[in-house]
Design a binder for this molecule. Structure first.
Ligand code: PMP
Length: 486
């Protein structure tokens, strides 16, 4: 049993010693996770949670998968060392295995410590190779948080005051909210316009995910990537695929996300699931493009160190041995069918999307206006946690459940997840999730009209919160004044 500090103790240390920018889920009752086992996490009291989110952030194979843990321990006992200076088999073996998973001439691997670093490197290589500076990325994208990648990231809530040198953001081919629905070629035309009217006509490249993760598990409209890749090539640019989330068998039907649109990129970047939780990233490209880095010395102390690459190789072996890609396809399809059926039952669900074990459920209060149901999303997420199910939250408006479990997720797990959602949604149907606001109210069942009025008023108050920088008590007072007026 766990005997370390409690959630309360940890929280107070975090408040005192860690950056105030570090957020966590379940802010009213954050959870102290102390153990992990495959698709489960366990808190300080030994309570088990089904993890339907952590697959994306950390684990592809399952928490603490024994094969990956063994690989890490064995290599750590033998040697851990910076990547350069001497030869070591771990980096070479993993590079070979990884390159063999990629199509075409994508055969040269550079290792990094994170997805941000991988994308920074990929963008620099594209600029060096083409001699051009302009890069196109999609609105709603997330590609990292260093200077260059923050420029390509295109959601204001993840951007600080960076100089977006040479970056152009194209209209997002989002089948649910996008202006052209599912018509991939119409969105692709916008990229052509950006090149024609916003650049010299020649560009360094284009970067995108096949399914936008942070953006809310949005699968790009069909036909988009082939059309855009051909436009980019005509402008002399390189096509960069960010596989940090959609790669490593997650989409089930294919090993890489971009394969779902039948394209072959010039540069592929990856991280997260590549090491089942160990810090590791990679850039894979062709020998011709890789040459650009020989013009100077390129150095990365720990990118591709023996321990991390030993973990990476173990991950590839587990995916193969346990047929995790097939599992992602079978379980993911079943899960998507069940979630789609749930959509028919609850108006609150505006969209169910994604592929394999990378699914999104978008909540809206109005199907026509697609008004983001932000409060409901947080409320349901909290309730699911109480039942023992963890889902992620994302999308620009924070109204999308991101369902990205470890790839060992079973059909029974999928059923449990959907049943838990069904139960939670049934409970809030017809009443406002006011508990989220911290007010033990609802003395009578609210009418539909009450809800509309309330939501509007609360929205105005939400605006006040940020404008006036109110503390918790101040917010409660404001919200109470709205609620007691109905
Ligand atoms: N690309 C994508 C698609 C991501 O989702 C992320 C992380 N959310 C990154 C890049 C950056 O990866 P890291 O946090 O490892 O730097």
């Amino acid at each position: 049993p766990y005997t370390g500090p409690s959630a309360v103790d940890i929280l107070s240390k975090r408040k005192e010693y860690l950056s105030p920018s570090m957020f966590y889920f379940y802010d009213k009752r954050p959870v102290n996770m102390v153990d992990g086992r495959m698709q489960y996490l366990f808190d300080e009291n030994g309570r088990r949670y089904l993890d339907a989110f952590g697959g994306i952030a950390t684990v592809s194979c399952g928490h603490c998968h024994p094969d990956v843990v063994d690989a890490i321990i064995n290599q750590t006992k033998r040697l851990q060392h910076p990547t350069i200076l001497y030869l070591n088999n771990a980096i070479a073996d993993f590079a070979e295995a990884l390159a063999n998973k990629l199509p075409g001439n994508l055969k040269v691997v550079f290792f990094t410590n994170s997805g941000t670093e991988a994308n920074e490197l990929a963008m620099m290589m594209a600029r060096l190779y083409t001699g051009c500076h302009d890069i196109i990325s999609l609105r709603n994208a997330y590609h990292g948080n260093a200077a260059g990648t923050m420029g390509t990231t295109a959601q204001s809530n993840w951007k600080f005051n960076v100089i977006q040198s040479g970056v152009h953001h194209a209209v997002n081919p989002d089948p649910y909210r996008g202006v052209f629905g599912s018509e991939g070629d119409k969105y692709a035309k916008d990229v052509q316009d950006l090149i024609q009217f916003g650049t010299s006509g020649n560009i360094a490249g284009f970067i995108s995910e096949a399914i936008q993760g942070v953006g809310g598990n949005i699968e790009l409209a069909p036909g988009y990537l082939p059309a855009v890749y051909s436009t980019i090539k005509k402008a002399g640019g390189l096509c960069l695929a960010d596989e940090v989330q959609a790669g490593f068998a997650r989409t089930g039907s294919h090993f890489w996300g971009f394969e779902n649109q039948g394209v072959v990129p010039d540069i592929v970047t990856m991280a997260k699931g590549i090491g089942n939780g160990i810090p590791l990233g990679a850039v894979v490209t062709t020998p011709e493009i890789a040459e650009v880095l020989t013009r100077r010395s390129y150095f990365n102390t720990f990118g591709g160190n023996p321990v991390c690459t030993a973990a990476g190789l173990a991950v590839l072996k587990v995916i193969e041995k346990e047929k995790l890609q097939e599992n992602a396809h079978v379980v993911g399809s079943h899960l998507k069918d069940r979630l789609t059926a749930l959509k028919d039952k609850y108006d609150l669900i505006g969209d169910v999307r994604g592929r394999g074990l990378m699914l999104g459920v978008e909540l809206v209060t109005d199907h026509m206006l697609k008004t983001p149901a932000k409060l409901e999303t947080i409320h349901i997420m909290d309730e699911l946690k109480e039942i023992g199910v963890l889902v992620g939250k994302g999308g620009f408006y924070g109204n999308v459940f991101r369902i990205t479990p470890p790839l060992c997720f079973t059909k029974e797990d999928a059923d449990f997840l959907v049943d838990a959602m069904d139960y939670t949604m049934a409970k809030i149907k017809g009443s406002l999730p006011v508990r989220y606001l911290g007010i033990p109210l609802v003395t009578r069942k609210l009418t539909e009209n009450d809800c509309v009025v309330l939501i509007d008023k609360i929205k105005q108050r939400l605006h006040h919160w940020s404008a006036r920088n109110l503390n918790y008590a101040g917010r409660i007072e404001l919200i109470s004044s709205v609620l007691f007026s109905v």
